[in-house]
Design a protein around this ligand. Structure first.
Ligand SMILES: [Zn+2]
Length: 316
């Protein structure tokens, strides 16, 4: 058995874990991200975390084969550079070079969504998938594409921004400044916006009652009301599923993966919701009745996706 370390560098916390060949986390630890400090200090913290998690896993440093890191933002994995990361204040930081000043070991860095995509392809609901699409429906939409077992990242790691494909010309304003992006319709944030609008227009909807009891409108409101048979909620959910499927159809037509994994809080709504997305997508995919349809599955690595995914690119 070989061992690797996966490091998930987030804006709030840094998580590191020792992972084995099967994608199993042996031991994990985390620390607060000192986001206002210099990158040298942060890399020092990352090294400290790696060292102590190795010891706590009962291993010697020599027993670790390689270190993989996942970072938000634009990452040039070939050169080991985090080109830009908004919440870390990193600009053109050669994190691999800096890390190897502390520990001379094979080290790579990749974009965190790309890492999660590879983690899900290897160790997710379906194992050892070579062609996969990964989509997280969260505050925005994150996407990752695995082609022939490898992460697709485009030139200098600037690719794979599937959340910003346009699904409606001149449509809703997106956080990126453009209009009509998939993210502006199918992210969890977009679902909230659609729910609020429907509640205002339909005061009799059960969604208003549920939101009042909760004291807020969150992503679970339309799903709960739908289960109770509320017609307005049903319309919200069905329209939202159409938005999700519209983007998926484009991605499937281009990449023809074996699987599409869906992650993010919204994916926890239940199997019925994933099935609904699958049915709607199948209806519109090119050659849908003849070509083999990819399996649409829920991402399963959850909170561990960051660590396992970060380690996945260095696994032999
Ligand atoms: Zn956009």
């Amino acid at each position: 058995m070989r061992y690797y370390i996966g490091v998930d560098i987030g804006g709030m916390s840094i998580k590191a874990g020792v992972v084995d060949d099967n994608g199993k986390i042996i031991k994990k630890k985390s620390c607060v991200t000192r986001a206002n400090e210099s990158y040298e200090t942060i890399v020092g913290d990352i090294y400290g975390l790696c060292k102590s998690v190795t010891e706590e896993a009962g291993l010697k440093k020599e027993e670790i084969t390689a270190v993989g890191m996942g970072s938000p933002g634009t990452v040039n994995s070939k050169e080991g550079i985090i080109t830009f990361s908004g919440n870390l204040n990193f600009r053109n930081v050669n994190i691999v070079e800096e890390f190897r000043k502390h520990w001379d070991i094979e080290t790579v860095v990749n974009n965190d969504a790309n890492c999660a995509a590879l983690g899900e392809a290897r160790f997710g609901a379906e194992k050892n998938v070579t062609d996969a699409v990964f989509v997280t429906l969260g505050t925005g939409i994150g996407t990752g594409f695995i082609i022939d077992g490898k992460i697709f990242e485009g030139r200098r790691g600037e690719g794979a921004e599937g959340g910003h494909i346009c699904i409606k010309m001149g449509g809703e304003r997106c956080t990126c400044g453009e209009r009509g992006c998939w993210e502006a319709y199918a992210s969890a944030t977009a679902l909230l916006r659609q729910t609020e609008r429907a509640m205002k227009k339909n005061p009799e909807s059960v969604m208003n009652k549920i939101a009042e009891e909760k004291g807020c409108i969150d992503g679970t409101v339309p799903f709960e009301a739908y289960k109770q048979g509320d017609k307005t909620a049903e319309k919200v959910i069905k329209t939202y599923v159409k938005y999700i499927a519209t983007g998926l159809v484009t991605l499937i037509n281009i990449f023809r993966p074996q699987t599409v994994s869906i992650g993010g809080g919204v994916s926890n709504a239940g199997d019925w919701f994933i099935k609904m997305i699958e049915r709607q997508t199948k209806r519109h995919v090119f050659g849908g009745k003849i070509n083999k349809m990819p399996k649409i599955v829920k991402a399963v690595l959850g909170n561990d996706a960051g660590i396992v995914g970060a380690a996945a690119p260095v696994m032999k």
